[in-house]
Design a protein around this ligand. Structure first.
Ligand code: NAD
Length: 319
């Protein structure tokens, strides 16, 4: 069995995790690797692909997050949302319980990086419990999507102590380009959720403007170029314009019938997280609430749109 100190563990090999793990492992060729996923097929398929590309690498598929934590001192997780993170770290027989059985020295040598986008308070609870064992923990949600995960150009928004941020930076640099320390535990998530609140609202209003403009006779390419060079400019229009063919020299999800990109279901989840934070802090977010109700109505009226890029909101409004 490989040394725990020189073994990297990755939990959650979905759309994002499989690329992040591949980049991280390739950047640390002298280490050993352990992977784990609730879908054993996903973990086994990743291990097969990685071994084919790196025949000398030592990679093991763990049967549980606890087995993974027993074998590796650096652990990264990329899970769907709050219940999955709570289950992996805090459920009986999960990672917290395993860390509590290690020697103090081994527990203190453990670094945990959770890159899931989840509820801020839930992440803080996980962070606190994990830190009682002596391990370091950061929340490090990402911006950049599947394209950024593949290219290793993600932005990581990190929450945790200075010591945990310093320890996690070299690991995150293997998977991303910008590593930003946002503050104490939960701060990375808070920043991520606020950013996606802006994005979620902007994508709806860009869809509204593109639809309105065409209905009064504007060519969508002319309208997009006016917005993109004027005060309405934003990513939702200049990179993710919801109208097919509106951007010259750029291919958007709209050009691919909204395939790929950031799923409406994930945007809706993130807007829900923003609403929850707003309720907890008694912060008014009327535009966020309005945009979230549009995404919700859309998903309820057409299940297919949940998996498509959230700019499909344009098609929904047009109908
Ligand atoms: P995904 O659903 O494709 O992958 C999640 C993986 O976690 C799956 O393979 C699933 O089997 C596994 N999993 C679920 N529960 C588990 C458990 N208890 N133990 C072990 N494995 C478990 O999701 P994704 O698109 O990779 O997104 C992951 C996170 O990244 C989400 O929080 C999402 O909001 C965030 N995110 C995604 C994107 C994107 O474009 N997809 C962009 C930015 C942030």
């Amino acid at each position: 069995m490989s040394l725990r100190q020189s073994t990297l563990g990755f939990i959650g090999l979905g759309r994002m995790g499989q690329h992040m793990a591949a980049n991280l492992f390739a950047a640390r060729p002298n280490d050993a690797y352990v992977v784990c996923d609730a879908s054993p097929d996903a973990a086994a398929a990743f291990a097969r692909r990685f071994s084919a590309e790196h025949p000398a690498a030592s990679i093991h598929v763990a049967q549980s997050p606890a087995e993974l934590a027993a074998r590796s001192s650096t652990i990264i997780s990329m899970l769907p949302s709050t219940p999955h993170v709570e289950q992996v770290y805090l459920s009986p027989g999960g990672i917290h319980d395993l860390l509590a059985t290690l020697s103090a020295a081994d527990a203190q040598r453990t670094l945990i990086i959770d890159s899931t986008t989840l509820d801020v308070q839930a992440s803080r609870r996980v962070s606190q419990r994990i830190q009682t064992t002596g391990a370091l923990f950061v929340d490090a949600p990402v911006s950049g999507g599947v394209t950024g995960a593949k290219a290793g150009t993600l932005s990581f928004l990190v929450g945790g102590s200075s010591a945990a941020f310093t320890a996690s930076s070299p690991v995150l640099e293997a998977m991303g380009r910008r590593i930003i320390h946002c503050g104490e535990a939960g701060a990375g998530l808070a920043a991520k959720i606020c950013n996606n609140l802006v994005l979620g609202v902007q994508q709806v209003v860009v869809a509204e403007a593109m639809l309105l403009g065409q209905r009064v006779g504007l060519d969508p390419r002319v309208l997009a170029s006016v917005i993109n060079s004027s005060t309405g400019a934003c990513w939702a229009s200049s990179e993710n314009n919801p109208v097919k063919g509106a951007l010259l020299n750029k291919t958007t999800p709209a050009d691919r019938d909204y395939e790929g990109g950031f799923a409406t279901a994930l945007m809706s989840k993130d807007m829900g997280l923003a609403q929850r934070l707003a309720e907890e802090t008694q912060t008014p977010i009327p535009l966020g609430e309005a945009a979230q109700s549009v995404y919700k109505e859309m998903a309820e009226s057409d299940a297919e749109s949940s998996r498509l890029d959230f700019s499909v909101v344009y098609k929904y409004l047009a109908r």
